[in-house]
Design a protein around this ligand. Structure first.
Ligand SMILES: [Mg+2]
Length: 374
């Protein structure tokens, strides 16, 4: 039953990427024996800087496939980033990294929001962040998700600084024809939850509008009301992008929002943050890796695939990737690269990794030599 569900999901995800079902079956069934290990790769600062491959990442990933392109070692991408659907990210990563990546191999900061879709299925919810935040939520099953851009545009003068924002607004979050949230709905219905899907773009407007939503119980411009739930996809203070030093992340935005909110509202801001280093993110990664292995397993193989002896987390951020793997405990083994946030000579003093290497290619070489007998 579970297997059928997984297969069905993979099939539907695969269709969107124009891969054939048989290519995936072939890929996974050709795991000549089932490895008792798996790998989770962070993306930013490990495999990519911006959209440029680093640390021999293309060569490293190629080693996880057979010569004919079949998957040899189960692996996932475990990133706190996001802003686009998992299928789009898989397709983008496939073309940058030169291997065939499935949507189910991509676990983003906002992926756990899926689990809240039933609770807010038909409720008006606001989605903030770069990229296509409302599209992401809609694909997860939030039928009345609205981007904060669209939401703010429905309220005249909600952002008094808007006339001074001369950079203009580029519509990046298309509204599917099937979505039925009108301006009238937006202005009359209470927002039941706010989701910070990816790094917010216009902090001043977003802090203003979120304070309006949160302090009024979901109806800006009205009386004070009970705060609706607020969810963040991650709590990263900083992350490594293409600029030489770290950039402020969603955790920095959370601090800004919380500081302002707590100064203008008598009750402190309540929120939930997802993403690494929460141990449940690693538990989820483990079950996704199992699903990849179980897809074509039968009988005793199914049992054999059920337990991993070792799971490797390859990351660049000690407080996020390494701290998370340490908290998750057995069977996680942490590998810290020097291509991103961490640039130290020795191990990190507060969150020491099980192994420190220069690049992701070195990490994969280590794993494959260690697991040579699987
Ligand atoms: Mg990183």
């Amino acid at each position: 039953m579970v297997l059928r569900t997984i297969t069905k999901r993979l099939i539907s995800q695969t269709r969107s990427r124009k891969l054939t079902v048989s290519s995936i079956s072939r890929s996974l069934s050709q795991l000549h024996s089932r490895p008792s290990f798996g790998i989770a790769f962070d993306i930013d600062g490990v495999l990519l800087l911006g959209s440029t491959p680093i640390g021999g990442s293309q060569k490293a990933l190629a080693k996880l496939y057979e010569d004919n392109g079949a998957l040899k070692v189960p692996y996932v991408f475990l990133t706190n980033g996001g802003g686009v659907t998992e299928s789009k990210r898989a397709s983008d990563l496939s073309s940058i990294l030169g291997v065939d990546i499935l949507p189910s191999q991509v676990i983003q900061g906002h992926s756990p929001f899926k689990k809240l879709a039933k609770r807010f299925e038909n409720d008006l919810v606001v989605a903030a962040g770069k990229g296509e935040p409302a599209e992401v939520m809609y694909e997860y099953g939030f039928k009345s998700a609205v981007s904060i851009d669209e939401y703010a545009s429905c309220f005249d003068n909600i952002d008094p600084l808007a006339p001074y924002k001369i950079w203009g607004v580029r519509q990046t979050d298309p509204k599917p024809a099937s979505r039925k949230v009108s301006k009238g709905d937006i202005m009359s219905q209470r927002v039941k939850a706010a989701f910070i899907v990816s790094d917010p773009v216009d902090w001043s407007r977003d802090i203003q509008v979120l304070c309006d939503i949160l302090r009024t119980g979901g109806l800006p411009g009205r009386e004070v009301g009970k705060q609706p739930p607020l969810y963040f996809a991650n709590d990263d203070l900083e992350y490594q992008a293409a600029f030489p030093s770290e950039r402020l992340g969603m955790g920095a935005f959370r601090i800004a929002l919380e500081s302002v909110y707590n100064r203008i509202h008598p009750v402190g801001l309540e929120y939930t943050s997802y993403g690494k280093p929460n141990p449940f993110v690693f538990e989820n990664a483990e079950s996704v890796l199992k699903e990849l292995l179980l897809l074509n397993a039968t009988g005793s193989n199914k049992e054999a695939a059920h337990q991993f002896k070792k799971l490797y987390m390859v990351g660049d951020n000690p407080s996020v990737d390494i701290n998370g793997a340490r908290k998750a405990g057995h069977p996680w083994f942490s590998i810290l690269t020097r291509t991103g946030v961490f640039k130290g000579k020795d191990n990190h003093p507060k969150y020491p990794a099980d192994l420190v290497v220069d690049t992701v290619e070195e990490a994969v070489n280590f794993i494959l030599s260690k697991e040579a007998d699987w």
